[in-house]
Write a protein that binds this ligand. Sequence first.
Ligand code: SF4
Length: 329
Amino acid sequence: MGRMTAPTPRRVLLAAPRGYCAGVDRAVIAVEKALEQYGSPVYVRHEIVHNKYVVQTLEKKGAIFVEETAEVPEGSIVMFSAHGVAPTVHEEAAERKLATIDATCPLVTKVHKEAVRFAQDDFDILLIGHEGHEEVIGTSGEAPDHITLVDGPEDVRNVEVRDPSRVVWLSQTTLSVDETMETVGALKEKFPLLISPPSDDICYATQNRQIAVKQMGADADLVIVVGSKNSSNSVRLVEVALGAGAGDSHLVDSADEIEEAWLDGVSTVGVTSGASVPEVLVDGVLAWLSERGFEDVEIVKAAEESIVFSLPKELRRDLRAEAAALSAE
Ligand code: SF4
């Protein structure tokens, strides 16, 4: 049993940036706009972003989430999630005469393009990422014969390539920066001529959220990360918080998952949220903490973010066409 009363003063360190990234914001707005434009149902292949609350809210508005395009009735509208899809999924959709809207984050598309280019140049591509994650499945599908998945530093010993002088590493966008660098270090020891990607594959949003959590980690007795269990970047934030010295860290979908016992003996609580988490859920956590005496909130700012992505092109085209029709009336 720990102490039953928390020492004073009690304070909250609130990470900035946190929550929605540009890719998630765009994907969620795309589903909402598609529902307005075409009416319900709009089918969405896989969770549009990895957040339970977002998915449930969009379901209520008329989105239908499916696992595979085969579940979508012929001739319907289907949206692809922010995590991206393999080219075979586009082909299946075309066969079923589905109207597609591709909400793949442009920063994931960038990695797809790198994979295509290096495969065309006949490189072996070592894709650092988590086995089974949708993004990794999509990226691997761009060049299945050239890509080998490397799931963390321990996996490096299993990696084999055809020609060690033509090898490049790429990565999933939502990994831990530090762990990825560890994996790259191990790969470079094994393949000294390994080439790095032309620019960072781990996206700006993932990096910034990790930097903010690192800044607060050592000062926090507890770090609460708001995010869903299947959200890669949110899970990484818990690991980064603990690695940075936080006394404890937990991932919660919302305030009702927080356990009172976590506050036992705690005076400083860090709060952050993954890139797919709406701010309303963070507000709920702050309100929960405030009710327990954690009213003093200090912002820990790691970066300014101003990136905004335009809506998927198929949607922009139809929205423009409608605007033109209305103005012609
Ligand atoms: S986490 Fe990064 S790659 Fe993923 S949707 Fe957001 S901006 Fe895009």
